[in-house]
Design a protein around this ligand. Structure first.
Ligand code: PLP
Length: 389
């Protein structure tokens, strides 16, 4: 069945006619988010001293929107600049002992590796990068087998950036539930593409920037910690907002305040937070189940068209032969990835080259018309070019 256009398409109309298949990189923001930014900016030109209350309300509403996306209370959500910063809060905030261990995969994006390698070097901690299976699948059982009494953190990307491999978050969360090990998830490649529930999945720390599947501008992301994680992770970046008595400048203490707000050191990126919330509100309005289904449909449609043309899909598919989220990586039988990447760009198709292939990352507002347009462009590359790099 063909995927019909959605009314949300108008939010993403592009004058240049480009097709964005780079939602795993940087996404366009919807029109309504652009309007939110403009409105707030206009407000800021007029109000100075007295704008705190309004801005606090904006932040509060944004936290509530994020909370409904990830399944927690609004007071469990902190704003960060990006995924990397949230992961750093966890890595820097734990009280490491020599001999502690960290378990992760061998496919992580640098942000979910360098923070742990830094701890390993400075604190005498071991990082186990558990090998993936030959077909790029993340070896969930092997990850769990690596966990022992010394394992302080098991950390994974919910979806891997270069292959699109997913992981059974619920199975890992469940296995770690009654252990001392924290389950840390870099969710930037799945949040906004598929549903996620931190409580049901037993996630202890969640980190995600807004500029990919959440369709928000760069520079604002979200951070969640479970009560178990909050009791272990201390803030290392401090300011007036992160301490008890925040706002009472006559009564200074260095005691961190309760809860997740201790990770927000000072004045917020209010425009960024409001924009993030507006984009998330659009996704929630469309419905995360609908969003996920449409993405599933789009990637399935691409897989059918690609395999018909002899392309090899690198992304490990689920039991129904679908991508687990929105990332689909493939190799063309005759056109090298670098040449195909350039050809797509020259024809207004935004994508990147990963894992020696091409990464497509479509989002829910797109439809069958986009799939056909992209395939038509690819067919022209195949008819023109011999194998080249
Ligand atoms: C899995 C993963 N984690 C983290 C990042 C970096 O995110 P940020 O720029 O929000 O720190 C990326 C970016 O591509 C990514 O794919």
């Amino acid at each position: 069945m063909e995927l019909k256009p959605t009314p949300f398409r108008d939010e993403f109309l592009r004058a240049d006619g480009a097709v964005c298949l780079n939602h795993a990189g940087i996404s366009p923001i919807p029109q309504r988010t652009a309007r939110t930014i403009t409105q707030l900016a206009t407000f800021m030109t007029r109000q100075q001293l007295f704008r705190y209350a309004e801005l606090e309300e904006t932040l509060q509403k944004a936290r509530m929107t994020i909370a409904s996306l990830i399944g927690c209370h609004f007071a469990e959500v902190a704003f960060t600049r990006n995924t990397s910063e949230a992961l750093s809060h966890v890595a820097l905030g734990l009280d490491w002992r020599a001999g502690d261990e960290i378990v992760t995969t061998d496919q992580e994006f640098p942000s979910n590796l360098v923070v742990w390698l830094d701890i390993a070097r400075r604190k005498g901690v071991t990082v186990h990068q558990v090998p993936s299976l030959p077909d790029n699948r993340v070896a969930t059982a092997a990850l769990l087998e690596r966990v022992n009494r010394r394992t302080r953190v098991l950390t994974v990307s919910s979806v891997q950036y270069a292959t699109g491999a997913g992981v059974d978050l619920e199975a890992i969360g469940d296995a770690l539930k009654n252990t001392a090990t924290l389950f840390v998830v870099d969710a930037v490649q799945s949040l906004g593409a598929v549903s996620l529930d931190v409580k049901r999945m037993g996630i202890d720390a969640l980190a995600a920037g807004g500029h990919k599947w959440l369709l928000a501008p760069e520079g604002c992301g979200l951070f969640y910690l479970s009560p178990k994680a909050l009791s272990q992770v201390q803030p290392r970046i401090l300011g007036w907002h992160s301490v008890r008595n925040a706002g009472d400048y006559t009564n200074i203490t260095i005691e961190p305040r309760d809860g997740i707000f201790r990770f927000e050191a000072g004045t917020h990126n209010v425009i960024g937070a409001a924009a993030l919330a507006e984009s998330i509100a659009l996704l929630l309005e469309a419905g995360m189940e609908t969003v996920a289904q449409r993405i599933r449909h789009l990637t399935r449609s691409f897989i059918q068209e690609l395999t018909r043309r002899g392309c090899v899909v690198i992304t490990p598919l689920d039991h129904d032969n679908h991508c687990v989220a929105g990332i689909l990586v493939f190799k063309h039988p005759t056109v090298a990835a670098t040449a195909l990447h350039r050809h797509f760009l020259a024809n207004n198709i935004e994508q990147v080259s990963r894992s020696g292939g091409i990464r497509f990352a479509p989002h829910f507002y797109q439809d069958q018309g986009d799939v056909l347009k992209v395939m038509e462009v690819m067919d022209r590359a195949a008819s023109m070019s011999p194998v080249q790099n």
